[in-house]
Design a protein around this ligand. Structure first.
Ligand code: DCP
Ligand code: CA
Ligand code: CA
Length: 413
C-alpha cells in the first residue's frame, strides 16, 4: 500500500505533514480541519493537483473591442465617469495599446487624456451588464471542461484540471492552449492562463505572460518559481505586511522560506505566518470553492489503448455512470445537466451537455442519456472511436433530495 502521509503534531496549533512524495506541508490547525473535512481531497491528492487560474486580458476594454473591432489597433480607455465635471472620474482599464503610453487602471481620466493627447484614442464609459454577459458566456465554456470550478470575479476563475490531465503538466499545457483557443474562437476573447500545483502558483503564473499567455509551473518548479517573484506578488500581501516583514529584515520570498513559522508568528500572527512560510515554499493548500449550482459530480477515466469498438465505449460509459450514480446516491442529490467529455489522442477536448426537463436521480436516466449523447457525438462530430483517449461523465445543476424516502421515490414522484 502506498504511504499517504505522516502527520506529526509539532504544537497544538500546527501540523507538519510529509506526504508520500516527501512534500512537507505545514497546516494551521483550523485550516487542516477544513482540508480534511473536504470530502474531495485526501492528503495524497494535495501534491498531485493541477490548478488553472484563468484571467481575461484587459477585460472591459476587450469586451468593447469585441463589439467594435475598429478599436483593436488604437488606444482605448474604459472609464468610470463621476459625472461631477466633464472628464472627472477614473480609468477602469485600457487596452494594451493605451498601456504603451503609461495609461493604467485607477488613473484620473484627465491624466490618461494628457498621456494620449498626441494620438488618436477612444474613451468609453463602462457597460457592466454587457461585460457580465461576455463573462457568463466565457465562464460557461470553461465550466464545460467539467471539473471543480470557482469564479472569483467577473474576469477570473480557478479550475481543477487534475482528473482531466491525469496530473500531467505536459498535458495541462495542451489543455490550456485548447481552452484558450475555444474561448477565442467562440467569443473572440483572449485570456491568460496560469497552471500550477495549487491556486497560489496558478494565480501568480497567469500574470506572467499577459496578454494571451500560458505559464505552466509544475510541482517541482513551484519553489524556484516563487523564489523569483517579489513579496508583493503574493496575493494578499499588502503594504502593512510588507512593512512588518521589512522590519524583520526580510526582503525577499527566499528570505521568508528560510524562516520558521515560530519566528514570524509574534509579528504576523499564526495564520499569516503559516500562509507566508508555505507560500514562500510554493505550497498552498487552499481548495477550489465550488459555489451554488455549479457543483458537479463526475468521473474521467483513461481508456485502454486498444479500445476501438462501440461495445467497449458503452461498457466504459456504463462503469462511469455507475460511479457517478453511486456518488449521487451517497450525497443524496438529483441532477439536471449531464455532460459527456471525450479527450482525443491529440488532447482535443470535446464535450456535449444535455439538460433534462426535470431533475432526475435515476441510474437508467443517467445511463440512457449518456449513451444517446455518445451516439450523437460520434455521428455529428465524426470522432473516430480509436481516437478517444479519455472519457468522462459529469452531472451538474444538482439538487439536494435528502428529505426524500429513497432516490427511486424521488424519481417516480
Ligand atoms: N477594474 C476596475 N478598476 C480597477 C481594476 C480593475 O474597474 N482599478 C476592472 C476593469 C478590468 C477588470 O476589472 O477590466 C479586471 O481587472 P484586471 O485587474 O484583471 O485587469 P484587466 O483585465 O483590465 O487587465 P489584465 O490584462 O492586466 O488582466
Ligand atoms: Ca484581467
Ligand atoms: Ca483579474
Amino acid at each position: 500500500m502506498k504511504h499517504i502521509a505522516t502527520i506529526e503534531i509539532s504544537t497544538s496549533y500546527f501540523h507538519r505533514i510529509t506526504s508520500g512524495d516527501g512534500i512537507i506541508f505545514l497546516f494551521f490547525q483550523e485550516s487542516l480541519n477544513q482540508v480534511l473535512l473536504n470530502e474531495n481531497i485526501s492528503l495524497n491528492d494535495i501534491g498531485k493537483r493541477i490548478i488553472f487560474h484563468i484571467d481575461f486580458d484587459y477585460f472591459y476594454a476587450q469586451c468593447e473591442e469585441i463589439r467594435k473591432p475598429e478599436l483593436r489597433n488604437i488606444p482605448s480607455v474604459v472609464c468610470v465617469y463621476s459625472g461631477r465635471e466633464e472628464d472627472s472620474g477614473v480609468v477602469s482599464t485600457c487596452n494594451y495599446e493605451a498601456r504603451k503610453y503609461g495609461v493604467k487602471a485607477a488613473m484620473p481620466i484627465r491624466l490618461a487624456k494628457s498621456k494620449l493627447k498626441d494620438v488618436e484614442a477612444i474613451f468609453l464609459p463602462t457597460d457592466m451588464p454587457y461585460y457580465h454577459e461576455i463573462s457568463r458566456n466565457a465562464m460557461r465554456i470553461i465550466q464545460n471542461y467539467g471539473e471543480l470550478f470557482e469564479q472569483v470575479s467577473v474576469d477570473e476563475c480557478y479550475m481543477d484540471f487534475t482528473k482531466i490531465t491525469n496530473s500531467d503538466f505536459d498535458d495541462a499545457r495542451i489543455f490550456a492552449a485548447s481552452l484558450q483557443k475555444n474561448i477565442k474562437d467562440q467569443i473572440k476573447l483572449t485570456c491568460s492562463i496560469g497552471v500550477g500545483p495549487n491556486k497560489l502558483i496558478a494565480k501568480i503564473a497567469s500574470g506572467i505572460n499577459k496578454p494571451n499567455g500560458i505559464t505552466v509551473v509544475s510541482q517541482e518548479d513551484a519553489k524556484r518559481f516563487i523564489s523569483n517573484r517579489k513579496i508583493e506578488d503574493i496575493p494578499g500581501v499588502g503594504p502593512k505586511t510588507s512593512k512588518k516583514l521589512e522590519s524583520l529584515g526580510i526582503e525577499s520570498i527566499s528570505d521568508i522560506s528560510k524562516k520558521s513559522i515560530f519566528e514570524l508568528r509574534d509579528s504576523l500572527g499564526y495564520k499569516i505566518a503559516t500562509f507566508l512560510v508555505n507560500a514562500s515554499n510554493g505550497i498552498d493548500y487552499s481548495q477550489i470553492k465550488v459555489r451554488g449550482t455549479s457543483k458537479q459530480i463526475g468521473k474521467i477515466v483513461t481508456l485502454k489503448k486498444d479500445i476501438a469498438n462501440f461495445e467497449q465505449i458503452k461498457l466504459t460509459a456504463n462503469n462511469l455512470c455507475k460511479s457517478v450514480y453511486e456518488n449521487l446516491e451517497n450525497k443524496r442529490q438529483a441532477f439536471r445537466v449531464l455532460t459527456l467529455i471525450l479527450i482525443l489522442e491529440n488532447l482535443q477536448h470535446v464535450s456535449f451537455s444535455k439538460s433534462l426537463k426535470l431533475y432526475s436521480a435515476s441510474f437508467d436516466e443517467l445511463h440512457k442519456n449518456s449513451l444517446s449523447i455518445i451516439h450523437e457525438m460520434i455521428s455529428n462530430n465524426s470522432i473516430s472511436l480509436d481516437n478517444i483517449r479519455r472519457m468522462g461523465i459529469v452531472v451538474s445543476d444538482l439538487k439536494d433530495i435528502s428529505g426524500q424516502d429513497s432516490l427511486l421515490n424521488y424519481f417516480e414522484n
